[in-house]
Design a protein around this ligand. Sequence first.
Ligand code: ATP
Ligand code: MG
Length: 419
Amino acid sequence: MINIPKGTKDVLPSQSYKWQYIEQTAKEVARVFNIKEIRTPVFEHTELFRRGVGETTDVVGKEMYTFEDKGGRSITLKPEGTAGAVRLFVENGLSSTPMPVKTWYMTPAFRYERPQAGRLREFHQFGIEVFGSKSAETDAEVIFAASSFLDKLGIKKVKLEINSIGCKSCRADYNRALKEYFKSRLSEMCETCRTRFDTNPLRMLDCKEERCKEIGVNAPEILDYLCDDCKTHFEKVKSMLKEQGVEYTVNPRIVRGLDYYSRTVFEFVSNEIGAQGTVCGGGRYDGLVAELGGPETPAIGFAAGIERLMLLMDNTGVEYPQEPKPVIYIAGMDEKSRAEAFKIAQALRNSGISAEIDHMERSVKAQLKYADKLGARFVAVIGESELQSGEVNIKNMSDGSSEAVKISDIYSYLKQKEN
Ligand code: ATP
Ligand code: MG
């Protein structure tokens, strides 16, 4: 027996409807916001993530699934969706189409992490990336889309936290202030933070080590360093959230795990799923398209982790809609009636009604028991007399009532019951 790799999960036949429900909800949100789906390969050139996610991030530094293919190229399984979306945007010349370009994806992502609740090596993200607009309306719209996705799923126990991390120019001042602050205590901090001190001090606020977190508690706050434009932008985003009644708190500690973010960053956080509480994270990344070889193009997006959302739904008693059940089970008593059951089921299926029959040569009694297990809404038993009369009793399993229906009328009978 060969087992599943550590940090990955199967989706079982009895559970897949939950995934389908979340996917449908994502699609519905995308539809009303007029956002179009994109699909990018599961693997890309390693360089794309090195540059697109950023060398100083945990993702690139520690977590990527990187290998050499048979042609000697360095390939990486996508650890997130943004870099690929940006590559698609640049490579396919979407920058010369009318802006904004609004995209979404549902994708597996791969990170070599220590598996624990809410942290897997293969997980899934629903993400939205909007290219070409720098306006605060777009920030607000992207946050609304994320919030409406969570709402539609019935998720209540999440909090929206937002922050602005400014632009290149205000961040330069801020990084200087951070270095000044951390300088004297640097020797007490983890190795990664000591590197970040030189490469990207902002990252030091994102460290997960307890002692580094403690040291950072009184660090200067980015909001005090924003330039006027960044301030105005942030105020506008906040006022639009208020206007729409979307509750938020400003958390000056959010810096996001990835480089190239600018201005608005946000997270939807829950304290119902343990240490891995961020179910959705996003922000503006005005520098990334140019960084990856495209023309200067502002952009903003988010990604929600599906497994964490499902964990949250389970932990807080959010219900999924019922698993779809067959509409009718048609049992056959002997060989001839089984053949008739097969034909009827096939005709119903061709007309879009889900029908099930016996595949296991069970007795009629066992077939009925199985139909009950399946949760079929109606059950019909065909035997010699039904074949002769051309009529069957259709039993409604929810109330036990039954009606005689002509075999040729089963479709219209069920159709009328459906409504
Ligand atoms: P974390 O702080 O939890 O490591 P992150 O900053 O690395 O998160 P992002 O890169 O922003 O996460 O990814 C977006 C979302 O994808 C996260 O908010 C989370 O819901 C989900 N996610 C990230 N890593 C994992 C993982 N290893 N397993 C499951 N879900 C994940
Ligand atoms: Mg992470």
